[in-house]
Design a protein around this ligand. Structure first.
Ligand code: ACM
Ligand code: ZN
Length: 561
């Protein structure tokens, strides 16, 4: 421990009380993602329970006092602390408190508006903790940092005895570098249930990530109940086997009839959206079109060019189904689906996929060819552009914005459509005034291997994305003129799950790489420091241990790239 003490005995005292809150030999707490400004001050704040003897009040404990706007976040903090400390800290309104001394105060009063809606100030003094932010999101992120000032055991699921629940005195001023700090999970190839998704949302909140891109639909499974089209989940949510040459025992996602898969009811979706909202996470649903639609076409083959049949089973034939772009009924179908999706997801963006559209069916389809003639489209790529534009108009008419993968740029998009770059196009899109989310395969594909020695890793789709390559990622493309940088909303990690059949494996692929991504999108570019990050990761992995996260434990190797 390097920080200076007034006296030797105070130093030793402090060391024993606070050693667990620090990573190795640093004098700063191990907060991930690294705050913009953090200053260590002398002293500690102790979290104490109320003391009672024979049921009689002897001494007040730490109180959580909030303004009206921050009350929910205050309750969230009390709930988190109750789990691990066992203390029942009272939560109340600051305005009604007789005495604020010794309290943890959460407030939006007198906040610095320059820190934005997600920024916060956190001041820990020996007699108070104050989190000040202009918005609830900022208060919530202040609470996340507060939790990370405590020993890692604060993340335990049940009360742990013998821990000194002390915070080091600090002053933090923090705000994110990017507004889109995302994680995508593909629940089509393998289904994660409601509780598994909630746990992942908790882990996102720990990292101050704010966008969960939920890939709900693909060729091998349709995962969201649509009332108007019940066969989507009766047929499209299931397949005979786990597939992908995986061991059937590597997963628990079996239905009562033994079929493999699953889906979220609309009530499940509402519950998960609310759970995410309470953690200041926006869920961006993805309904793939016009390609990657085999699961929908297995249920409703009439919306394909050929009329089917289609099958979700791997190896059953078509691997990348496409809606017929010549039939108006196909558009009616996807618009009906989107109408139910709008009602479930309150966020600004609706993701419609748009990647890897196969053109063969369209080439051979009389209706698609007629559409091309009528619309003056030169080729099938222009037909794809027509498809996207038509859906874009519908999404915009419903007050939402469209986002799609790189390939949606084949059409002439309206200004408010955003592009998610996985195979390029960010510079052109941003220069044309579109907002862009960066998720290039080079740095953001968490389905890729974490080691070059595949014999020690679970089978993966391929590629190689070690931790330091994620950490080195710069979301602003080098050749993007400065005036367009504002259009880079941020970045996200993508977890495609062909070879990831369980939530344990999802966690293995996500962590620790998601910690690196969190720092890329939150912390300042100039503060990036691999050695310091790895030191803080020592504490982060101890938090993961408490949270039961199946992170990859092998020491990552620093590689040249
Ligand atoms: C993608 O990876 N096909 C977007
Ligand atoms: Zn067609």
């Amino acid at each position: 421990m390097k920080y200076r003490m007034k006296s030797k005995s105070a130093g030793i005292f402090l060391f024993f009380l606070t050693a667990t809150a620090f990573a190795g030999d640093t004098n700063l707490p191990s907060i991930i993602p690294l705050p913009q400004k953090i200053e260590r001050r002398e002293g500690i704040f102790k979290i104490r329970p109320e003391k009672r003897i024979l049921g009689l009040h002897v001494r007040s404990g730490t109180k959580i006092l909030t303004d009206a706007a921050s009350l929910e976040t205050g309750r969230y903090l009390a709930g988190q602390l109750r789990k691990s400390t066992g203390y029942q800290l009272p939560v109340g309104l600051k305005a009604e408190a007789r005495d604020t001394k010794g309290s943890i105060i959460l407030t939006t009063d007198n906040s610095k508006t320059t820190l934005g809606a997600e920024g916060y100030e956190l001041t820990v003094a020996s007699d108070s903790v104050i989190i000040r932010a202009s918005d609830e999101a900022g208060v919530f992120y202040g609470v996340q940092s507060l939790l990370q000032l405590l020993p890692p055991e604060v993340f335990a699921m049940k009360p742990i005895q013998g821990i000194a629940w002390n915070l080091p005195c600090v002053r933090i001023e923090d705000q994110p570098r990017f507004q889109w700090r995302g994680l995508m999970l593909d629940v089509s190839r393998h289904f994660s249930n409601k509780d598994e998704i909630k746990h992942l949302l908790d882990l996102m909140a720990l990292h101050k990530l704010n966008t969960f891109h939920w890939h709900l639909v693909d060729d091998q499974g349709w995962r969201i109940e649509i009332k108007k089209y019940p066969r989507l989940t009766e047929i499209g949510a299931w397949r005979k086997n786990v597939g992908f040459k995986l061991d059937p025992k590597d997963t628990i996602a079996y239905g009562p009839d033994g079929r493999y898969g699953g889906f979220y009811t609309q009530a499940d979706v509402r519950e998960i959206v609310a759970y995410a909202q309470a953690r200041h996470i926006t869920i961006v649903p993805e309904i793939e079109m016009p390609g990657h639609s085999t699961a929908a076409l297995a249920a409703y083959p009439q919306f394909s060019c050929t009329g089917g049949p289609y099958n979700t089973d791997i190896g059953a034939g078509v691997h990348n189904g496409v809606y017929c772009a010549g039939k108006n009924e196909s558009f009616t179908f996807v618009q009906d689906v989107l109408t139910e999706v709008f009602a479930l997801f309150p966020g600004k963006y609706i993701h419609i996929g748009g990647d890897e559209v196969p053109m063969d069916n369209w080439k051979a389809c009389a209706l698609c060819q007629t559409r091309m003639q009528q619309e003056g489209l030169q080729n099938e790529h222009e037909l794809q552009g027509y498809f996207i534009r038509r859906i874009e108009k519908f999404i915009n008419a419903n007050g939402r914005n469209l986002i799609g993968w790189s390939e949606i740029r084949e059409g002439s998009l309206t200004q408010n459509t955003a592009v998610m770059d996985w195979i390029g196009g960010a510079v052109a899109a941003a220069s044309a005034g579109h907002d862009v989310v960066m998720s290039p395969m080079s740095n953001c594909y968490f389905d890729h291997y974490q080691s070059q020695d595949h014999s020690t890793e679970p089978h993966a789709i391929g590629g190689y994305l070690p931790l330091d390559k994620v950490y080195s990622f710069e979301p602003i493309p080098m050749n993007l003129p400065a005036k367009y940088r504002i259009h880079i909303l941020g970045a996200q990690a993508n977890l495609w799950t062909e070879y990831i059949p369980s939530i344990g494996r999802v966690e293995y692929m996500a962590f620790p790489r998601l910690s690196a991504m969190a720092e890329v999108v939150w912390s300042s570019k100039s503060s990036r420091n691999w050695d310091d990050f790895m030191l803080r990761m020592q504490t982060q992995t101890r938090r993961f241990d408490q949270l039961g996260v199946n992170y990859r434990r092998n020491t990552p190797v620093k590689v040249a790239y």
